[in-house]
Design a protein around this ligand. Structure first.
Ligand SMILES: C[S@@+](CC[C@H](N)C(=O)[O-])C[C@H]1O[C@@H](n2cnc3c(N)ncnc32)[C@H](O)[C@@H]1O
Length: 209
């Protein structure tokens, strides 16, 4: 493999040319739409593969088995949910992905990418609080809300046997301490491949205390 950005992702997941082609098409659409609707910050647009694709792919790699219903909340430009759907198109045909994004222009972008790439997704252009319980096997959300608020969404949308994955930045320990005042959870933490100070919180057994 000659392209370093593809090689970095290939070290995490055993994907073929088919998935790299999908992600390259996604990158082109992101760059086309971003000036109009600000899907990602201008600084990270130059590093889409590291800051967004790899950052999302590592979440997929933590989940098992790759089947059932994956729900991504506040997807924005599609991170991590749409990248997960792009990988699932090759590696996990039994996974369906639902993206919840209340901003109409962003949800239109998600629908366009999903259609162009031939992905198995459902896109819900509503506020998370207004969506009927989604009964997710896997739940993800990046840069959406405090851990305390995310656990409230998990209580509503994650099935009792399900697992949530929340990528969190450098202050994740403070967020965790705050959330534990209101929630009982089982937690595993994973280092982030894209930021030494960040972590991915893997959470099961969410219960209000
Ligand atoms: C900071 S962006 C993060 C987007 C993406 N997850 C990422 O990491 O690049 C948060 C997104 O969540 C959406 N959002 C915020 N609150 C929401 C809600 N209550 N229901 C649905 N979407 C929401 C916003 O429109 C925005 O696109």
């Amino acid at each position: 493999m000659s392209d370093p950005k593809e090689a970095r992702l290939a070290a995490v997941l055993d994907v073929s040319r088919e998935t790299f082609d999908r992600l390259n098409a996604y990158e082109a659409l992101l760059k086309k739409w971003n000036p109009a609707i600000n899907l990602v910050s201008a600084q990270t647009l130059a590093q889409v593969w590291e800051r967004h694709f790899l950052d999302s792919a590592q979440v997929f790699a933590l989940a098992a088995p790759h089947a059932g219903h994956w729900v991504d909340l506040g997807s924005g430009g599609g991170f991590p949910g749409l990248v997960i759907a792009a990988i699932a198109a090759e590696l996990a045909p039994d996974l369906t992905v639902t993206l919840v994004e209340s901003d109409r222009r962003k949800s239109a972008f998600l629908a366009t990418v999903s259609r162009d790439l031939g992905l198995n997704t459902q896109i819900i252009a509503k506020r998370i609080e207004e969506v009927d319980p989604l009964d997710a096997d896997f739940l993800s959300a990046r840069a959406l809300a405090s851990l305390d608020a995310l656990l409230g969404f998990a209580e509503r949308h994650l099935r009792p046997s399900g697992t949530a994955f929340f990528p969190k930045g450098a202050k994740w320990r403070d967020e965790l301490a705050e959330a534990r005042k209101s929630w009982s959870i089982s937690l595993k933490t994973h280092p982030s491949m894209t930021d030494p100070e960040a972590a991915i919180l893997e959470i099961t057994g969410v219960q209000r205390v």
